[in-house]
Design a protein around this ligand. Structure first.
Ligand code: ARG
Length: 457
């Protein structure tokens, strides 16, 4: 294909250079946004009298036909094209003749690619936001079914204090809600229409940028043409928000992997969401969770990649910026793919309540409550804490749990203990007593779930 810019050149581009330079194999996925942007631009050019009205109509119809043809396979893109923008323009002129040559009036590929990428990303982020909503809804559903499922809470991966499975998974609901907020922030800041920036210096034509912006669903136009063509902050922000989603998914995955091990035995994955080993017949591996954890690395890679591409770039458009897309697309695809399998994996897993309770009964996770019992009777907390610690040491020496001690054994350590200590260190009571906002008490968590469900509508 000879290039649209070939007028100034006396030779065809070297074919290896053409392959190196071309972005068509990855930016072709923006064909719908490119066509939408061109349709709006052509309508505006016709409305402002910059091009004849009938040319505007021919362009719009020609572009819509190309879109339909690309979608039904009757039109294919010449792989030697430089990018999606020029490929569509060439196709248009081949099909409708001279009118097609008027489309690029008052426009540059620099503002064209900037608007296309914003539109592509806008759609993709809305898709991921919807997937996050589905994940949060699934977490709420699982939490509601496990309000009284007592399990040990951990710090340092050591059993710490009693909690419930509902409380533990609702922590992830909060993380994914913040992720939704970050996507919304990013979408709001990128809601600026750069067409009209031209190559970098604006245009002398009397274009109507407000009209193009409203046709394309943007609420503002960019205020500086240099920034308009060279801002890729929105790509960085999107990759950062996607990285945080992956960070949260990787932590949840790690938890699922641990909790599915025989050492924990808290969860069991559905057979449709786990895999076997080629040599060890007994194995049931949490491959999905491990892959999600592993794919986090490539999304972080996209973030570091775009930050590095943009570092130190002089104004305005530089070809380096063509490198903004593959990492972004890969990050979007990866997050979408992970969420696509993660949510149903969660939906189908089994919660082994008995194993969670058994683990909670060991490890003295009610030792704080045992100390609190004395404190509430007026014993200073530090003394109560020491008494409870002595009881734990005693229990370890004789292989008992706190609730298995006789009242005499309690009183041998501190005279402040009475019969009331037993209900006070009962695990469900320990959980129910933590009714402070944010705590694991079943009623508190139920309210939390109500709030989150109301937020995601
Ligand atoms: N394919 C280019 C990109 O993705 C489009 C813009 C090219 N502009 C230019 N002046 N070469 O960045």
């Amino acid at each position: 294909m000879s290039n649209l810019w070939s007028g100034r050149f006396s030779k065809e581009l070297d074919s290896a250079v053409n392959d190196f330079n071309s972005s068509l194999h990855f930016d072709r996925r923006m064909y719908a946004q490119d066509i939408a942007g061109s349709v709006a631009h052509a309508k505006m050019l016709a409305a402002t009298g910059i091009i004849p009205a009938e040319d505007g109509e021919k362009i719009v119809q020609g572009l819509l036909d190309i879109k339909a043809g690309l979608e039904d396979g009757s039109i294919t893109l010449d792989p030697s094209g430089e990018d999606i923008h020029m490929s569509i323009e060439v196709l248009l002129t081949e099909r409708i003749g001279d009118a097609g040559k008027r489309l690029h009036t008052a426009r540059s590929r620099n503002d064209q690619v900037a608007v296309d990428l914003r539109m592509y990303l806008r759609d993709a982020l809305h898709g991921i936001d919807g997937q996050l909503t589905g994940l949060v809804a699934q977490i709420c559903k699982q939490a509601r079914a496990n309000l009284e499922t007592v399990m040990p809470g951990y710090t340092h991966l050591q059993r710490a204090q009693p909690t419930t499975y509902a409380h533990a998974v609702m922590a992830y609901a909060e993380m994914f809600l913040r992720d939704k907020g970050r996507l919304a922030d990013c979408l709001r800041r990128m809601d600026v229409m750069p067409l009209g920036s031209g190559a970098m210096g604006g245009t002398t034509y009397p274009i109507d940028r407000g009209m193009t912006a409203s046709l394309l669903g943007f609420s503002a136009v960019s205020r500086n043409s240099i920034d308009g063509v060279s801002d890729r902050d929105f790509v960085v922000e999107a990759c950062a928000a996607l990285s945080l989603i992956m960070m949260h998914l990787s932590r949840f995955s790690e938890e699922i992997i641990l909790w599915c091990s025989s050492e924990f035995g808290f969860l069991e994955l559905d057979d449709a969401y786990s895999t076997g080993s080629s040599i060890m017949p007994q194995k049931k591996n949490p491959d999905i969770a491990e892959l999600v954890r592993g794919k986090t690395g490539r999304v972080y890679g996209s973030l570091v990649g775009i930050l590095t591409v943009m570092k130190g770039l002089p104004q305005a458009y530089n070809k380096d910026m063509q490198e903004d897309k593959e990492g972004l697309f890969d990050a979007l695809d990866t997050v979408a793919q992970c969420l696509h399998v993660f949510t149903p994996m969660l939906d189908t897993l089994t919660v082994n309540k008995q194993n969670m309770l058994r683990a909670a009964q060991k490890g003295f996770i009610n030792a704080t409550d045992c100390a609190d019992f004395l404190t509430k009777k007026g014993v200073p907390f530090r003394d109560a804490y020491t008494a409870s610690g002595k009881l734990v040491r005693y229990c370890i020496s004789c292989g008992k749990t706190l609730d298995e001690l006789s009242l005499d054994e309690f009183r041998a350590v501190h005279p402040g203990f009475d019969e009331g200590v037993y209900p006070a260190i009962d695990l469900l009571a320990c959980v129910a007593g933590r009714s402070v906002t944010g705590g694991p008490a079943p009623q508190t968590v139920a309210r939390h779930i109500d709030e989150v469900e109301a937020l995601i509508g």
